[in-house]
Design a protein around this ligand. Structure first.
Ligand code: BGC
Length: 420
């Protein structure tokens, strides 16, 4: 795909990155998820990135990115409650050192969906002790690891709660609204306190969560029930967290009932806002479905659906960026990508979304970075090994990595848009 010569819009310090998560690349024998999904028993180390990381980090150089978001696998670092694995900590320090030697800015995620098994068995998020355990881990990481300015405390806190506490499809596998609200308060409390701990050790740190934002639409525009659902979903998924960061109050609002307010100590505990954006979701009221809601992806604008059946909706990225700009903070797209076997599709997806970022910059939005999800094919939480989000294809039998055209194209896109 040809790039036309354009006026330079992306600033020199714009973060062109890719994002990954540890467990999805390297598994862990000590993680709750290792035994949660039977598919992992056949390939517990997934891409074996834990051993092949030096080679994989070279791919970042090949791409020409100047930033890399990755996560620490808590369960490798703290395989038992009172045991810290020095080698695992040194391993992640080496990752940071390599990145620094390549002039690539590391962005470290403390929590990306997985937990040590002991944590999930004894202190899951709805128990108060979870706070102390997570903060101990945070302090250990922040006081030990050197060379990290950008920190993400939690990847997609709402997804942790939806999967683990409302739908029961991820650990701890509960369907319990009351416990989900306790867990939410505990996770937000951890974020607020972790924010302070990080700043105590790294005064110029930049801290955020990576929040999953989606665009919602009524299944049928004329249907008032579908429209109410759209509003409710948007309020919950996109707005309530922004409001909580502005006010310190999380408001749960369901149609036709009184709102519930929960104090959460996160007011102003953000230096930028990390946004993971993938898709638009259509909603329909259906009394026979859980909570009366049916979700569907529809190919409305002709951009197609991904391998996972998600609608490709680049304009939605502008919507969520504009929405998030209410925070008056720099915005970083901490994830955006497509599951596809078709590398041309990947290229189109990437180009269309980067075009939207460019438009937003031209319109004056304070967007500081774009991280493509993801570097190499990996394990996808609910779909196993066939989602193919990678710029590099992984043969899971031989573990060989092969660049796809999307990798070449991303390198080209970075160069042509940034003048790097
Ligand atoms: C998550 C990733 C996941 C990706 C694609 C994001 O919401 O942070 O871990 O692989 O979506 O589903």
């Amino acid at each position: 795909m040809k790039e036309q010569k354009k006026k330079k819009i992306f600033p020199d310090d714009f973060q062109w990155g890719v994002a990954t998560s540890a467990f999805q690349l390297e598994g862990s024998p000590y993680a709750d998820w290792a035994t949660w999904d039977p598919c992992l028993s056949k390939i517990p180390l997934v891409t074996d990135h834990y051993n092949l990381f030096r080679e994989d980090l070279k791919l970042l150089k090949e791409l020409g990115v100047n930033a890399y978001r990755f996560s620490l696998e808590w369960s490798r670092i703290q395989p038992r409650d009172y045991i810290w694995d020095e080698e695992a900590i040194e391993h992640y320090q080496e990752v940071i050192d390599i990145l620094r030697s390549y002039h690539i800015e590391p962005m470290v995620t403390l929590h990306h969906f997985t937990h040590p098994r002991w944590f999930m068995e004894r202190h899951p998020w709805h128990r108060t002790a979870s706070i102390e355990k997570f903060l101990r881990y945070t302090e250990m990481m922040v006081s030990t690891l050197k060379g990290v300015k950008y920190w993400i405390t939690f990847n997609e806190p709402y997804v942790i709660l939806l999967g683990g506490y409302l739908e029961g499809v991820t650990p701890p596998g509960l369907r319990d609204v009351n416990r989900s609200l306790v867990a939410l308060k505990n996770i937000f409390t951890c974020h607020g306190k972790a924010y302070d701990i990080i700043h105590q050790y790294v005064p110029d740190a930049q801290v955020s969560v990576a929040h999953n934002m989606s665009v919602f639409a009524p299944w049928k525009k004329w249907n008032p029930f579908d429209r109410v659902l759209k509003k409710t979903a948007n309020y919950f998924y996109n707005h309530s967290i922004i409001n909580a960061f502005k006010t310190g109050i999380f408001i749960v609002k369901f149609p036709f009932s009184r709102p519930v307010e929960i104090d959460v100590p996160i007011k102003d505990k953000l230096d930028f806002f990390g946004i993971n954006y993938y898709t638009r979701i259509h909603l329909r009221f259906n009394p026979f479905k859980k909570m009366g809601v049916e979700l569907r992806h529809m190919d409305i604008d002709g951009h197609g659906l991904t391998n996972l059946g998600w609608e490709i909706h680049p304009r939605g990225l502008e919507k969520v960026l504009r929405y998030a700009s209410r925070l008056n903070l720099p915005l970083i797209i901490t994830e955006n990508g497509i599951a596809s076997h078709d590398t041309e599709e990947k290229v189109k997806y990437m180009k269309k979304h980067v075009d939207v970022v460019e438009k937003c910059l031209r319109d004056g939005l304070d967007v500081k970075g774009y991280y493509y999800w993801t570097l190499i094919d990996n394990y996808e939480w609910l779909q196993g090994l066939d989602a193919r989000f990678g710029l590099y294809r992984v043969d899971f039998a031989t573990l060989e990595r092969t660049p796809t055209y999307a990798a070449t194209y991303y390198a080209y896109l970075i160069q042509s848009r940034s003048g790097m």
